[in-house]
Design a protein around this ligand. Sequence first.
Ligand code: ITT
Length: 197
Amino acid sequence: MRLIIATRNKGKLREIKHILGGLNLSIISLNQLKKPIRIKEDGHTFLENALKKALPVSRMYPLDLTVGEDSGLEVECLNGAPGILSKRYCGRGATDLKNNSKLLKKLGGLKGKERKACFRCVLSLVKAGKLLKAFEGRLKGVISKEMKGKGGFGYDPVFYLPSYKKTVAQLSLSQKNKISHRARAFKKLHNYLAKLV
Ligand code: ITT
């Protein structure tokens, strides 16, 4: 059986394949599908967007299982921003570097606990246009004062984990995949799928 991950983000896919390895499923992403699919990510919550990613794919490929994944960074002192807009924090043409620089600038002058943040990941598992189950994972940390590390993607260089004394970008893929918001959500999915397939 195939499990389609409704994403075009290569960083996410690399992590997901690593976490779901061992399941008797062939894992593919939107980039490997033949029919073009338009996804409109205009929901107001992570769950709405996770569904908006999975449903159109699942309607086109009703025999496969599809997962929609929406994730992002919530910063406490910014009332949860950038949140569902994490990818586009700098507007059109945003890059990870520009987004991270904007965030560091916004938090300039704040110290310690004032820099608390949380990564969130919400998944929707869908088949033939119907939601089977949703899962969520979180990772708490603080925004560092400068970017550090070359691993991961997105906000990993500025997301500092006090217990590791490292940013997420300074962790190996295996280390990130033991603790990340995505790992936590996908492990719940893994356990669910292990019973299903
Ligand atoms: P798809 O919609 O194709 O899956 P995307 O990158 O647009 O890919 P999202 O809409 O879910 O994905 O936006 C997630 C953004 O949140 C991502 O681009 C990063 O900026 C940030 N993010 C999510 N998970 C992250 C992680 O593990 N490490 C760092 N940043 C992360």
